[in-house]
Ligand binder design. Structure first.
Ligand code: OOG
Ligand code: MG
Length: 257
């Protein structure tokens, strides 16, 4: 299998906002191959000048697994090109069929070079957390994929909007999560839907990174995965996510040429 060629197909799909058929329709791709393709697609971004800013987990909640029909934790990379200022607007033309989902995001204050297993341990490495919105935009037609497809596609990563940071004070368990479109609630969930507690997603992120032989650099963002299903977004809409005690964050959707 030509991993670089497959990485190029997905990278070009993202760059040109043109969906492509699922890679697994024509290729026998293992999970290991899929991460190799993901790494090669990230390498192309780095070569174009993008900088790594963090990592994301996917399918950490039942709501997401059921919505997308897959059943395993996945992880991908975030680059500076994906960062969207809160209260700004995105141009929908830069995406294929974007969806938004509410997430918890952690901020790393000290490079993580080992698997973290307890909150006490994690406090040395994490500066704080907040509510964030992830924009996912599968490069596959109709947003349909297998687990291997979505891993190769860097877990549909396309954008992130991060709220104001909170210090580590509040417990992250059992906090109400909502996603609103134009002031109307469209999704409601709870942080406990994220592996029982978003801290568990952070621990898993450190486990996966260490298993891949990678450190998580200080100043990285770690996205814990959505607590609810994702919703398609359209021009003219204002999208807002809130998490009880953590705050809120929003952005607008515009259509520009
Ligand atoms: C894959 C990405 C999953 C999450 O938060 O669970 C994800 C997708 O749904 O397209 O980001
Ligand atoms: Mg997500």
């Amino acid at each position: 299998m030509n991993h670089s060629k497959l990485a190029e197909i997905l990278d070009t799909a993202a760059e040109t906002s043109q969906a492509v058929p699922q890679l697994t329709l024509e290729n026998n791709i293992s999970e290991k191959d899929a991460y190799k393709i993901q790494n090669l697609s990230i390498k192309r971004r780095i070569e174009r000048g993008e900088k790594l800013v963090g990592i994301k987990l996917g399918f950490t909640s039942k709501a997401k697994m059921e919505q997308m029909g897959v059943h395993d934790l996945i992880w991908g990379k975030l680059t500076d090109k994906m960062l969207i200022n809160r209260d700004s607007s995105i141009n929908i033309k830069k995406y294929i069929h974007p969806r938004a989902e509410p997430e918890v995001c952690f901020l790393v204050k000290k490079t993580i070079d080992k698997e973290l297993k307890t909150i006490e341990e994690a406090k040395e490495y994490i500066a704080g957390y907040t509510v964030a919105i992830e924009i996912i935009d599968s490069r596959y037609q109709d947003f349909k994929f297998s687990l291997e497809d979505v891993i190769a596609d860097n877990c549909s990563s396309a954008g992130l909007v991060i709220g104001p940071w909170n210090p580590i004070e509040e417990d992250l368990e059992n906090l109400k999560v909502t996603l609103e479109v134009d002031g109307e609630k469209v999704q409601e969930g709870n942080t406990s839907a994220i592996l029982g507690n978003p801290w568990n997603a952070l621990f898993d992120a450190t486990r996966l990174a260490m298993a891949a032989g990678e450190k998580i650099r200080y100043s990285s963002y770690i996205m814990a995965g959505a607590a609810t299903s994702a919703v398609y977004i359209k021009p003219g809409q204002q999208i807002k996510a809130s998490i009880e005690k953590l705050g809120e964050v929003e952005f607008g959707v515009r259509e520009l040429v």
